[in-house]
Design a protein. Sequence first.
Length: 289
Amino acid sequence: MTTKSGAASYEVAVRARSALGEGPTWDAAAGRLLWIDILGSRIHTYDPATGRRTLRRSEQHVGAVKPRAGGGLVLNLRDGVGLLDPDDTFRWLRHEPVPGRRGNDAAVAPDGALWTGTMRYDEATGGGTLARVTGDGTAETVLDDVTVSNGTGWSPDGRLMYYIDTPTRRIDVLDHDPDTGRVTGRRPLAEVEDGAGFPDGLTVDAGGCVWVALWDGAAVRRYTPAGALDRVIELPVPRVTACAFGGRGLTDLYVTTARVGLDPAPPLAGSLLVVPGAGEGVAQPAFAG
């Protein structure tokens, strides 16, 4: 059975006009939410307890930002993976520019490795990658024929990895070895039907359910570990990009949105939304670099 939650279930956390709001991540050490505007080259923070916000501009399009175990941030940028130290000094961890390609979504695995996605600006088929980057900067390309590398996450026990290559319309699942970081057996968990949008970012809750943001679908969906659709949260903007649990107890679902390509754009397109008490999240590890 699918349960729908109507538009009244959401609140506006930060009213913004992000071209491509993305990548919400709860930074537990700092008690704040990190999120980005990819095309605006902006890194945002938001403290829901105080309402305090910060904004930092990047010199490149930034596809993802995650906290580091020793403080500072790791960034998935146009030309590779960069580090921001606690004193705000920037340095490259891996600098490997490819003309016409940029970093997109990224996630930190249970072992502290960063899984980084890329895509072509023209979204050429097979032009993207998914790589695993360890704390010392060692990188291994895991998938080399994806188009728009997007949502990545792990089951609570770390033995399953979920992954989205958006144009396929699928949420895939792979077996993951927590000791080695190796993945095998890629297979579909669920598929988004025509007319319902495209799967974008994802997060996994404490029960192992997979929450998926729908680009051009105006919703976040929850799928059970068996792949059954059991909840739909409808939202007031069509381009819903990613979601993550945060706040005290990790019970609030934060959702990023985009306004790029919408003319006219709905009033809340590009804002950071939140669904209070949506579920129970899992604490996310910080990058080990």
